[in-house]
Design a protein around this ligand. Structure first.
Ligand code: OAD
Length: 227
């Protein structure tokens, strides 16, 4: 089976009702990154950081996958599909995709603040002050904050280098190291970018830009690839 590697960002979940970060009305217009998404923010005000992610999690429970998530799951019928997502939602998994690598963590999980190997499913939408790991430390959201290492970038780069076809969906390619994954994709393979505001990416060869929302653009692209 040919390997299709898919890099997704917030735009693929937009039609499910989850806000993107940098579009107008996006999350980073309402909240300052340095107040809610850095380790310093956590040290300064744990309650505020917990509340920010609790609200995101609560909202996620009200959302469902959209046509784009389902189309990518369907692509597994004919291809070895590996998804690399910057998203912390689990809509790819809910839609049925079986290989999903999360670069920036997972909203429905918490982790220990003394042992990063200790990761737990959060029951319900709320992570509270006083919720502790088995070693007694406060649990934090299992999210990669700005300034923190991105451990899954290593397998993601390897997967990107092994692709036969590469898809990029709904990301502004503003955040590194995720955006740098394109440098690992072989020059010779076909690449597709689906984003209503998409454009050529400097230095990326054989790229077809599909200026559509993910629901329509990905569904049509998947149909074409399955033909
Ligand atoms: P951005 O908000 O930076 O970009 C969203 C992209 O989705 C833009 O290029 C939009 O044009 C596009 N878009 C909007 N609606 C769409 C739709 N219906 N279909 C397809 N595309 C659509 O989000 P990301 O690139 O994912 O990290 O941001 C990367 C990271 O920055 C996030 O993972 C998050 C954020 O800070 C952390 O919090 C660590």
């Amino acid at each position: 089976m040919k390997k299709v590697v898919v890099l997704t960002g917030a735009g693929i979940s937009a039609e499910s009702g989850i806000k993107t970060f940098r579009d107008s009305g996006g999350l980073w217009e309402e909240h300052r990154v340095e107040d809610v998404a850095t380790y310093d923010a956590w040290e300064r005000n744990q309650a505020l950081v917990l509340e920010f992610y609790n609200q995101r999690r609560k909202q996620l429970y009200e959302c469902s996958p959209n046509a784009a998530h389902y189309a990518l799951a369907h692509l597994e019928k004919k291809f070895d599909v590996q998804i690399i997502t910057q998203n912390v939602d689990d809509l790819h998994e809910q839609a049925g995709s079986t290989k999903v690598l999360h670069l920036h963590g997972e909203l429905k999980k918490a982790r220990s603040t003394v042992d990063e190997e200790l990761i737990y499913d959060i029951k319900g939408w709320e992570l509270k002050k006083g919720d502790k790991c088995e070693k007694g430390s406060q649990l934090r959201p299992h999210i990669v904050w700005f300034g923190e290492a991105v451990p899954n970038i290593v397998p993601a780069a390897q997967l990107s280098s092994e692709a036969d076809i590469y898809l990029v969906i709904g990301t502004s390619l503003n955040v590194y190291p995720a955006a740098g994954l394109l440098n690992y994709v072989p020059n010779s393979i076909p690449k597709y970018l689906v984003d209503p505001n998409g454009s050529e990416v400097y230095g990326v060869s054989k790229l077809t830009v599909i200026k559509e929302k993910a629901g329509k653009g990905v569904t049509e692209l998947v149909k074409k690839l399955l033909k």
